[in-house]
Design a protein around this ligand. Sequence first.
Ligand code: GLY
Length: 605
Amino acid sequence: MNAFSRKELSPKLFFALSAVLLAGAVFAQQAADAVAPEAATEGSFEEISPAVAEALASKAAGTPVTAQNWMVAAANPHAVQAGASVLEAGGTAADALVAVQTVLGLVEPQSSGLGGGAFLIYFDAETRALTTMDGRETAPLEATPRLFQDDAGEPLQFFDAVVGGRSVGTPGTPALLEALHRRWGKLAWGPLLDPAIELADGGFAVSPRLAGLVENDKERLSRFETTANFFYPNGVAVQAGDTLQNPEYAETLRAMAAGGADAFYTGEIATDIVQTVRNAPGNPGVLSTLDLSIYQVKERAPVCVSYRAHDVCGMGPPSSGALTVGQILGTLEGVDLAGMGPESATTWQMIGDASRLAFADRGRYMADADFVPMPKMGLVDPDYLSERAGLLTEGAALTEDAVVPGAPDWDHAQLWADDISLELPSTSHISIVDSYGNVASMTTTIENGFGSRLMVRGFLLNNELTDFSFKTHADGLPIANRLEPGKRPRSSMAPTIVMKDGAPVLAIGSPGGSRIIGYVAKSIIAHLDWRMDVQQAVDLPHLVNRFGTYDLEEGTSAADFGPALEEMGFEVNQRGLTSGLHAIAIGSDLQGGADPRREGIALGE
Ligand code: GLY
């Protein structure tokens, strides 16, 4: 019996008797059966350590990793192991983040690294305060709003914009790592880069995921000599299990170990980055050494929304992550999702419609609030969200003409046109809890898989500028997320910490472009409403609705909801939905979950 047919037979009876816990466990088990972890190359990850082998087995079994003192969950076992070593040595979550990110930049270069940007939310156990840090890439000062338009003012094709120097924004990740370490680090900076340096010098086994992506992107990666030589030595794509060394990356990290982020933003490395961007064959960009030298990490107040007596907190503008996740949850606050349970098609209709309304607001209003006025507080105001909730009808999808932006209270009056921008997934998420009770949740990216495809000094450069709207105006109105010099492109990254009575209870986030928002909101609902443990919540098959079609994760029980959702008025579509959720639940112990759709693990002690 599948999830949908159970609902059809006896929905009320089922949920009255089963309690939500049981329903969650059943659906999550289906998820674990349906979403198989990516196969590991024989002898690759398991050989890192017995603890890694155990964590992989736990993930395959669909059970969370548990620990008492500290935990780290991220997208690659080498990176997780590096973070674990730091935490074991008494390092803070901030220290561990530096080690995890620098190893990820080596072993998962397609997703994040020194050439990209990141957002962090951090709970400081000493002050009990939540802080967010914005390490987003920034538009070069020479960039114009028409950067992604042709001579006739028409938007470029997406990959014509992405591949090459045009899409490269000023990287923020190196500055963010330094800033968070200065603020919350306990161990010395230099040695935190050692795990990545050693692995870059000695070589690491190419993972099946990386090998598959290299194989599939040959035409674009081969356009640039440095990139081609790295991923296709002697013209042949690196294979899973091959030992890949990256001495240039090791050299870059040695310079940063000695000279901090300055070694990246000024001097020879900065000059090389700029030359690579400005001389990119066929599609040069406009990044300058001035852009690099003036880059700043911005500390911002977190955006928090109340949901089920918890505070769901994350990154505000320029990310749309926390606002849109918060809007979805806030709109559903009055809906009895716990009673309806995950087996009900009506549950997913309500979640889908709340998401569509939130995405309508996101498209119109959300952008870098340092550049455009935004109704930031109005968008998550409880009265506004209950007004939006009043538009929903249980059992009947909103008609297309009802899915329109609302009229939240403005900080300043302004009228924007709806955004037209396309975000494709790469990205990576890291969750960490240290033995002092500090919590870090960071989502990190170079935007598209392999970013701009330009490689310099052992790392790939981002294509984050393509997260701006390619068009500047629509219907005579400006678009809030249009490109402007010095502005940060709107993101969907949603690094999240959920608080209960002033204490953190969950750290979570995911890659996935604008689907990040759906993945994170759904996992929070699974954990808080359906009482799934973090591994069950992460495993749960995806149903994601942004605008347009309702995307159901193919090959899973989520697809079984298709006919019922269609009957309610949705257009549905089955497709792969490759999230990369990494979550840690914080209670009497720590429980970690890693997404079976990618190669990551959770590790703790
Ligand atoms: N480039 C993905 C994001 O920032 O949402």
